[in-house]
Design a protein around this ligand. Structure first.
Ligand code: AMP
Ligand code: MN
Ligand code: MN
Ligand code: MN
Length: 284
């Protein structure tokens, strides 16, 4: 029964690297038939009160959310936290520390791009930044498309912003155990975001799931904008193997950029337990 809920538990606003305000996202979620929504900005809770209020006004259920940047085995992994208390001090402090190095990193990224003749990217990217503490590669990508360096966002990432490319700067984010602990101690549930996106060997991926579970993580995104049907099948199996709950979230960032809009994913496979079954008392 609960599988028939149209839940979308992963998306971004202008408070991180999305292009819509939390209020506009709530209206879009409502228009797209979402029943249960969570805004999960990167490393930041600044949009939570607005999102919750807007969800109430739109008449949809709300779970608080965040997407924490983690470094695991030298790879950036994202951990979504759902149902957290957005006033929890340790969580707020952990996220503040995680955001901390972003400006310096952005300046180094711009310096790397200047070396290949692309000047002024830090200032250009800033025009797209809604939250000065959250300069992201997405803002760089938007500016580089505007500047005509590439014709679309994914080309920018491919040519300039990924490992080994001129605008890529290796960065150390939060530790996996810390992120899971911040989330769970703030009353929330930790969920591995878009697992198919990480460049892990099967052994490394097994280590991620094993350690995540050992730290108290409980869920994994089976359905997300970045997953193919084969990925969904694979992670449905991982859910069962590791005794994890299944989540569903578009990872919507922007109309015209995101492949999947809010509320547009297929239903979770019926044999899986959805994360929201254990989050009933956290729904606002
Ligand atoms: P950052 O946290 O600054 O490293 O930026 C990561 C963000 O960049 C992700 O959350 C996505 O929104 C975006 N991103 C990463 N890889 C890609 C890609 N290949 N195409 C489009 N957006 C991407
Ligand atoms: Mn993003
Ligand atoms: Mn992510
Ligand atoms: Mn995301």
């Amino acid at each position: 029964m609960t599988h028939l809920i149209n839940a979308d538990l992963h998306c971004h606003s202008t408070v991180s690297d999305g292009t819509l305000e939390p209020e506009a996202l709530a209206l879009r979620a409502k228009a797209n038939g979402v029943d249960l929504w969570a805004l999960t900005d990167h490393d930041e809770l600044g949009g939570q009160a607005r999102a919750m209020q807007a969800a109430h006004e739109a008449g949809i259920d709300y779970l608080t959310g965040v997407e924490v940047s983690v470094t695991f085995l030298h790879v950036t992994v994202h951990i979504v936290g759902l149902g957290i208390d957005p006033t929890n001090k340790d969580l707020l402090e952990g996220l503040r520390a995680t955001r901390g190095g972003r400006e310096e990193r952005a300046r180094e990224m711009a310096a790397g791009l200047a070396k290949v003749g692309i000047e002024g990217v830090f200032e250009g990217a800033l025009k797209y930044v809604g939250n000065p503490e959250l300069i992201s590669r997405s803002h760089f990508a938007r500016y580089l498309v505007e500047a005509g360096v590439c014709s679309d966002i994914s080309a920018v990432f491919r040519k300039y912003l990924t490992e080994g490319k001129p605008g890529f700067v290796p960065h150390r984010w939060a530790a996996l155990g810390d992120a899971v602990r911040w989330i769970t101690q703030a009353g929330g549930m930790a969920v591995i975001a878009h697992p198919a996106r990480y460049d892990f060997t099967p052994t490394q991926e097994y280590a991620l799931f094993t350690e995540f579970k050992a730290h108290g993580g409980q869920g994994v995104e089976v359905l997300t904008g970045a997953h193919s049907p084969a990925d969904a099948l694979k992670y449905a199996g991982m859910c069962e193997e590791f005794g994890l709950l299944a989540s569903r979230g578009s990872d919507f960032h922007s109309p015209g950029e995101s492949r999947i809009d809010l509320g547009q994913l297929p239903d979770l496979p019926g044999n899986l337990t959805p994360v929201w079954e254990l989050l009933q008392n956290r729904i606002h």
